[in-house]
Design a protein around this ligand. Structure first.
Ligand code: AMP
Length: 359
């Protein structure tokens, strides 16, 4: 793993007045570039293959400069060039996934916003569960083998991109019909209810407009729900079960996001889970810095079950580029998660503590 010491040495040579924020042009990049500019930073877009033409249609978010590379691995080779430009990288879902979480953690020696040690805990579903369960967060039960299926379960393949290939089974026969040849899966109780994806921001600093925690402070910036194809619209074709024999298999592939708000009476529990997640992160790997999302389902018993954590900016923050119903209660100005990242870096620079928010 790239050591904190190594990154600190690089950051020591950065000119604090000339920091550039950079990310890969995908996922939540437009939001990140726009937010960085709102906070007065210069921006650099890493484009894989070519500069995305449609960025011309979003001049306020188009980065100040581009670096065009053949593939994600080439970012590692360009480290010196990026460091010369005083770059702080902002990880996003595409960046981490296409580069590979372990490559990101072990080979990318460029100052990066957040604690890169979170990657090993986030990238592996078993470690995620260890972290969240130890924290005291409610999760769907794990079903160890098909013979133990006694109600609806969801089967998830390791490394499946965006929920592709996930399937729901109600008994072991369903399971064996759909499992295919891939042996790398996890199976958990399917939680019936409404999905919510609350997006928090964890700061190592005690900020005035945030809830104090044992590891710093916490804000809720927004909540979305994902549009997932084809599961969301399947009911229009009639009984989902019967569709299987016509080759129509439910999938959970994310195509977009819609804003939602929670009943106010449900907020204490999600805040409690978020706080405990941060506190356990502090014990396990010296803390989670920046945005994270607890992805879960509320049942009709009003219990929140978290099925996944993303410990970085999620694309579900994109509906909130001009702020959310929650950020409006926290900030005087419009605040997206992308802007909040830049604001945190700006604040850390102002108190001479950049090193506390990068790794
Ligand atoms: P994940 O890759 O874990 O985020 O799961 C992808 C999608 O599958 C989620 O956005 C949910 O729609 C659905 N899902 C995952 N786990 C569960 C669960 N335990 N119960 C119900 N739906 C789930």
């Amino acid at each position: 793993m790239i050591s904190k010491q190594e990154i600190n040495q690089i950051a020591d040579n950065y000119n604090p007045k000339d920091i550039k924020l950079a990310t890969v042009c995908s996922h939540s990049a437009l939001q990140t570039f726009f937010g960085a500019r709102q906070e007065g930073f210069k921006t650099l877009g890493i484009a894989i293959g070519s500069i995305p033409k449609f960025y011309d249609a979003f001049p306020l978010a188009r980065p100040d400069e581009f670096m065009v590379l053949k593939n994600y691995q080439e970012i590692i080779e360009k480290a010196d060039e990026l460091i010369k430009k005083n770059v702080v990288l902002i990880p996003n879902g595409s960046f981490v996934e296409y580069m590979g979480a372990l490559n990101f953690r072990d080979k990318l020696n460029i100052p990066t916003f957040g604690n890169r040690r979170v990657l090993e805990w986030e990238a592996d579903r078993n470690k995620q569960r260890e972290w969240l369960e130890q924290a005291g967060v409610r999760m769907p039960a794990v079903i160890k083998k098909p013979e133990d299926i006694s109600g609806p379960v969801i089967v998830k393949y390791f490394g499946a991109k965006g929920g592709r290939g996930f399937f729901v089974a109600k008994n072991k026969e369903d399971f064996y019909t759909s499992i295919g040849a891939n042996p790398n899966y996890t199976m958990q109780e399917y939680i019936l209810g409404t999905r919510y994806y609350p997006q928090f921001f964890s700061s190592p600093f005690k900020r005035e407009n945030a809830m104090p925690t044992s590891s710093g402070s916490l804000q809720l910036l927004s909540i979305d729900r994902r549009d997932e194809t084809n599961i969301d619209e399947m009911y229009k074709l009639g009984e989902v079960e019967k569709l299987r024999k016509h080759g129509v298999i439910p999938s959970f592939v994310v195509t977009g996001n819609v804003p939602v708000v929670l009943r106010e009476s449900l907020l204490p529990e999600v805040f409690d889970f978020a706080e405990k997640t941060c506190s356990k992160a502090k014990d396990l790997f010296d803390g989670m810095i920046g945005p994270f999302c607890l992805e879960g389902v509320y049942t009709d018993q009003l219990k929140f079950y978290v099925f996944e954590i993303s410990a970085r900016i999620v694309a579900g923050t994109n509906p909130f580029i001009s702020g959310s119903p929650y950020s409006a209660l926290t900030f005087k100005q419009q605040m997206s998660t992308g802007r909040r990242i830049a604001e945190e870096i700006r604040y850390a620079l102002s108190i001479n503590k950049l090193k506390e928010v990068i790794s």
